[in-house]
Design a protein around this ligand. Structure first.
Ligand SMILES: *Cc1c(COP(=O)(O)O)cnc(C)c1O
Length: 225
């Protein structure tokens, strides 16, 4: 069996165990397999093993590998988990089924315009910069609920959930707890949080989806990618 397929089975088992341990149902935690930097040939066996939800962080990179796979497997659900520039809104709306990185007014406006134009409606999450890191995308946590409301009221966008990436050098638990609290304030249901190193913790804090890359596909040649 292919390494990534073996890893996938292990990650799924650990997700199910973490969910049960938290008194939750395994089916209530979705696995987003993060395939950035890996090519279609490396992704295909994971699709063939039954995984259907994938994450990519760059629009252009995703355009190079996903259209063919999506044609072959129409039930694939592709998530954009990296920063979105407003000049890429057209391509993002055309390719992605879920965009997890709405984090400012300009992007909300650009997405609303493209959704109206294309008649395609990706599900949307607002990214929150829970650690207030200057180099990181995401809205200030203190503005998250008001921003979700503006997305709805000003731009007519339905926001499904919140997403965060805790600072690498901190205990992630408090960040996950904060995101859960903000989702309650903003009136959204879904929580995208937890990566290879901390997805079990995220599940304990209520993650409804975890984004797992290297624990499935192996380490990336460009770790910063
Ligand atoms: C790369 C990436 C992941 C996956 O990271 P791993 O540590 O490899 O699991 C998750 N979320 C985002 C936003 C990413 O860019």
């Amino acid at each position: 069996m292919n390494d990534a397929v073996r890893n996938l089975t292990m990650v799924r088992d650990r997700i199910a165990d973490a969910a049960r341990e938290a008194g939750r149902k395994p089916k209530d935690v979705a696995l987003v397999a993060v395939s950035k930097t890996f090519g279609a040939d490396e992704i295909r066996p994971v699709v063939e093993a039954g995984q259907r939800v994938f994450g990519e962080n760059r629009v252009q990179e995703a355009q190079g590998k996903w259209p063919g796979l999506k044609d072959a497997y129409p039930d694939i659900e592709l998530h954009l988990i990296g920063p979105l520039q407003s000049n890429k809104a057209r391509e993002a709306v055309a390719l992605f089924d879920v965009i997890e990185t709405v984090d400012r007014e300009k992007i909300a406006g650009a997405l609303a315009a493209e959704i109206a134009k294309q008649g395609r409606r990706p599900r949307l999450y607002v990214q929150v910069n829970t650690g207030l890191e200057p180099q990181k995308a995401g809205i200030d946590p203190r503005e998250a609920a008001a921003f979700v409301a503006r997305c709805r009221e000003v731009h007519g966008l339905e926001i499904e959930g919140l997403m965060c990436i805790p600072p690498v050098d901190e205990n992630p638990g408090p960040h996950f707890g904060l995101l859960e609290k903000l989702a309650g304030e903003a009136g959204v249901e879904k929580l995208s949080m937890g990566m290879s190193g901390d997805y079990e913790t995220a599940i304990a804090f209520g993650a409804t989806s975890v984004r797992v890359g290297s624990a499935i596909f192996g380490s990336r040649a460009y770790p910063g990618a």
